[in-house]
Design a protein around this ligand. Structure first.
Ligand code: FAQ
Length: 311
């Protein structure tokens, strides 16, 4: 890759032109996108497990229908994202192998357990809320297929966020026991939700290049701050307490200052040693193996059609 090529590519990026799959692109740009998009897809797919855990125990038929639809949406997001990554020349099989072998990451947040119904509210409110904050700028990502996939994904996530917040509102206005359940869910999900945005400035190895390529539009810390600023008033409206004694409005920055994130916990979870990492991968591997016959049947069917078309 010579310098003239890299400079011309950067010029297209700077002019806000979308890069499409057949356009020439630097190998680093392609690799970064495959990494980010495939890990994003894996997160959606693994992310079905914590909430899937409550489908059979949802408190009412209406709650069950909404949760079922939400979990199906996450599966759908995974599929659009795998398709977007495939346009960069990586196969679905390779991506799946990377997930199951532990070579590829998925979001740290999905390695936490869902212990109560309150957690389903907290996930919709906080986890989908954080996902939207991170994904709205991705609708303007320089790579066309990723940007376009994000538009629909964001619309669905905003419905998910509303259904989560509504669960929290119902609990927060309920009995003392329900209020306590909502507070406990916020206590356990607050910090892991902040960790979703990734490491802080100094440790975010990919940020500066990804921002120059307009894959990312904001730093991890900027998005984390936006999320906190939007979410604290929502917690106040619910009458719940954000579990951070150092949380304080900073008039000068027009932003909340927050307490120190436990980065040791973050890296432990990212590296595979969180509360549910093993269970999540074990389930995913089992389901993949159990689905082998479907993939084989689909292949055999495609092969037969091809033979018939050639005959
Ligand atoms: N967990 O240099 P950076 C959802 C890794 S939302 C695990 O800052 P980058 C919806 C990072 O990969 C969740 N690993 O990296 C839903 C890198 O390692 P690598 C998914 C993390 O890429 C809701 C290393 O640390 N959303 O699924 C995490 O510039 C409810 C250094 O980090 C997306 O994936 C983490 N939290 O920025 C589903 C959004 N943070 O790859 C179900 C797209 C960082 O070199 C229910 N992705 N790492 O081995 C992104 O925006 C970016 O990739 C970031 C990380 C912001 C996640």
């Amino acid at each position: 890759e010579d310098e003239a090529f890299l400079a011309a590519f950067q010029e297209r990026i700077d002019a806000e032109m979308k890069i499409e799959p057949n356009d020439p692109m630097p190998e680093g740009y392609r690799k970064t996108l495959v990494r980010q998009i495939s890990q994003h897809a894996h997160s959606e797919v693994i992310g079905m497990q914590p909430e899937g855990n409550w489908i059979t125990r949802a408190p009412t038929l209406r709650r069950k229908a909404a949760l079922l639809a939400k979990v199906q949406d996450e599966g759908g997001h995974g599929l659009y994202l795998y398709s977007a990554a495939e346009t960069l020349g990586v196969s679905r099989e390779e991506m799946t192998d990377q997930l199951l072998s532990g070579a590829a990451k998925y979001s740290s947040i999905f390695n936490y357990p869902t212990l109560t119904w309150g957690d389903i509210g907290a996930i919709g409110w906080l986890v989908d809320g954080a996902a939207i904050m991170n994904q709205i700028p991705l609708c303007r990502c320089s790579f066309g297929p990723y940007a376009r996939a994000m538009i629909r994904v964001c619309k669905e996530e905003s419905f998910h966020q509303r259904q989560g917040y509504e669960i929290m509102m119902t609990l927060a206005r309920g009995s003392d026991e329900q209020k306590a359940m909502a507070q406990d869910a916020l206590d356990r999900y607050w910090w892991p939700s902040l960790m979703m945005f990734g490491p802080s400035e100094g440790s975010s190895v990919h940020s500066s290049q990804s921002m120059a390529w307009k894959i990312k539009r904001f730093t991890n810390d900027e998005l984390r701050d936006k999320f906190i600023n939007a979410t604290v008033p929502q917690a106040e409206y619910l009458g719940l307490t954000v579990p951070d004694p150092d949380l304080k409005w900073n008039e000068e920055r027009q932003s909340y200052d927050h307490g120190e994130i436990d980065w040791d916990e973050f890296w432990r979870v990212v590296k595979g040693d969180g509360p549910c990492n093993r269970e999540r991968l074990r389930n995913r591997t089992r389901v993949h193996e159990e689905g082998a016959w479907v993939r084989e049947a689909a292949l055999a069917h495609a092969e037969k059609r091809r033979e018939r078309a050639e005959a």
